[in-house]
Design a protein around this ligand. Structure first.
Ligand code: NAI
Length: 462
């Protein structure tokens, strides 16, 4: 249930790896299902098209809106629906909204006439499986039994197919009863078709649910930690790349996730940390809540620090100036824009009345405007004239033509190999580059004549 960024790729890989299993992916949205059945998939992920074609061609991967019929026929049901941060009511702004999970559980209970294993794949607050089990048991048809498992997903957008085909681990939580452990083995056997047994970790339900929140919190914490040091580097003349290199060489720290940037985005990190913060608060663990909340606060600081640097460097005014925003997706190799740092930077620049020309190889204007609307409450309706300040471009050279500055906000590989001399020649002078991902060749661009600002790096290297 749920044909989104997780449900689609996850189920497509199960279908590819398990020819004898019929996988039906259902969703409420007809538009989403039609796209999965077409040549133009609803999400961009390297390698996904091929995987989907294997299952669709073989006939064991089906996308459908016939939710009730598909569930009635299934032995195992994965719930892979969105669990966004609540926007109103108790815990608003922090707690996860699990209403979609509950709705799924109610539908499963209503239509099931045979026993089923129900697997929570969505990221949920710890002990949600208890609620799901209660809904299932109270709504069950006579004689029908359910087992609830937790199987959080660790894929990262942009590398989803690879992550699913070669996962670092598969986490499966169950009740430690005979029936719970048996159900756990059924789903473990599905994964064992391609995942080595030692990578299939089984545990109890609560540890599995919490394990996912903690994994995301720790990853985001590394980003916020390195970003906090990037501010100190800029103040002192140290270089964040050198700090990351020397710290990352320590095997106890490791080199990954030590890249300074404009800040993390995506639908998961902030949501899951806030969820963790809310859980801590709910148990009266206020210091623990505050500790994790700072990971999010540091990220907000990093995003606004970047916008501020742009405005300050451009003589304290960007009013009426054209600024090219390179990238809008929250990271490379995805078209997903949820919580992207780019939206915050664009918002800040537009508030200063800059004209922001955005180029992203995967993001359409429609999706971009939806992101402004959902995350920031900015739209033509809320702020007349807003759309005139955001201009979407299909070519990076057009975006930069006549611009005063380029701001790189997504680390798309193609930004590394653009003709920066050509870009410079077409821009207003002095021409600035603000590299929010530290991916461009700063010395070369300085030689061309650009004023280059990178994250956590001195303007001139000594
Ligand atoms: P998404 O928003 O891309 O997809 C969710 C889909 O569920 C939507 O298409 C929606 O129409 C459908 N849906 C909602 N309620 C439904 C219902 N009652 N019946 C059938 N379909 C329903 O969300 P995404 O990104 O796939 O995330 C799903 C879950 O996985 C979330 O809990 C998220 O935190 C978690 N997750 C997401 C990752 C990511 O990188 N996006 C990675 C790991 C976990």
């Amino acid at each position: 249930m749920g044909a989104g960024y997780v449900g689609g790729p996850t189920m497509a890989v199960i279908a590819k790896m398990c020819p004898k299993i019929l996988v039906t992916v259902v969703d409420l949205s007809q538009k989403q299902i039609d796209a999965w059945n077409s040549d133009s998939l609803p999400i961009y992920e390297p390698g996904l098209e091929e995987v989907v074609k294997v299952g669709r061609g073989r006939g064991n991967l089906v996308f459908s809106t016939e939710i009730e019929k598909s569930i009635a026929e299934a032995d195992v049901v994965f719930i892979s629906v969105n669990t966004p941060t609540k926007t109103a009511g108790i815990g608003a702004g922090r707690a996860a909204n699990v209403k979609n999970c509950e709705l799924c559980a109610r539908t499963i209970a209503k239509v099931s006439t045979s026993d089923k294993i129900v697997v929570e794949k969505s990221t949920v607050p710890v002990r949600t499986s208890d609620a799901v089990r209660s809904v299932l048991e109270h709504g069950a048809n006579p004689g029908v039994k359910f087992q609830v498992l937790s199987n959080p997903e660790f894929l990262a957008e942009g590398t989803a197919v690879d992550d699913l085909e070669r996962p670092s681990r598969v986490l499966l939580g169950s009740l430690q009863s005979d029936a719970g452990l048996k159900a756990c083995q059924v789903v473990a056997n599905v994964y064992a078709n391609w995942v080595p047994r030692e990578k299939i970790l089984t545990t109890n339900l609560w540890s599995s649910e919490l394990g996912k929140l903690v994994a995301n919190a720790m990853l985001a914490q590394r980003v916020s930690s390195v970003n906090s040091i990037s501010a100190l580097c800029e103040a002192t003349g140290a270089n964040i790349a050198e700090i990351s290199r020397s710290c990352g060489t320590d095997p106890r720290i490791g080199p990954k996730f030590l890249q300074a940037s404009v800040g993390f985005g995506g639908s998961c990190f902030q949501k899951d940390i806030l969820n963790l913060v809310y859980l801590c608060e709910s148990y009266g663990l206020n210091e623990c809540a505050e500790y994790w909340n700072w990971v999010v606060k540091m990220n907000d600081y990093q995003k606004s620090r970047f916008s501020l640097k742009i405005v300050r460097s451009m003589f304290n005014t960007v009013t009426g100036k054209k600024i090219a925003l390179f990238g809008f997706a929250f990271k490379k190799d995805t078209g997903d824009t949820r919580e992207t740092a780019a939206a915050f930077v664009a918002r800040d620049l537009i508030e200063e009345q800059a004209k922001v020309h955005v180029y992203d190889p995967q993001v359409s204007r429609e999706v971009m405007m939806m992101e402004f609307n959902y995350t920031l409450g900015l739209s033509e309706a809320t702020k007349p004239g807003f759309g005139d300040y955001v201009i979407t471009e299909t070519d990076p050279y057009e975006a930069a033509d006549g611009a005063h500055a380029i701001a790189v906000v997504t680390e798309w590989d193609e930004f590394k190999t653009l003709d920066y001399q050509k870009l410079y020649d077409s821009m207003s002078k002095p021409a600035f580059i603000f590299d929010g991902r530290n991916i461009i060749d700063a010395p070369k661009c300085r030689e061309i004549g650009f004023q280059v600002y990178s994250i956590g790096k001195p303007v001139t290297m000594t």
